[in-house]
Design a binder for this molecule. Sequence first.
Ligand code: ZN
Length: 75
Amino acid sequence: MPDNRVVQGRMVTPKALAEMIEDERVMDAESITEVDRECPECGGDVLEVGYMPSVTEFVTGSKCQDCDWADTDRE
Ligand SMILES: [Zn+2]
């Protein structure tokens, strides 16, 4: 599937990436996008994915491809 990306040496789907960011199961996830941003921890490439942790919430999460760093747009 072309939408999958390698993150920390593992091939992940958008949903699997969202679950790495959220650290729990998510309902649904959109396509992974590559963003022009460097990881603040290691300077690696950052991916973004929009996902729904629950029916009422939509979050955009960021995750480094090389280390454990992750962030969301939650206030
Ligand atoms: Zn990193």
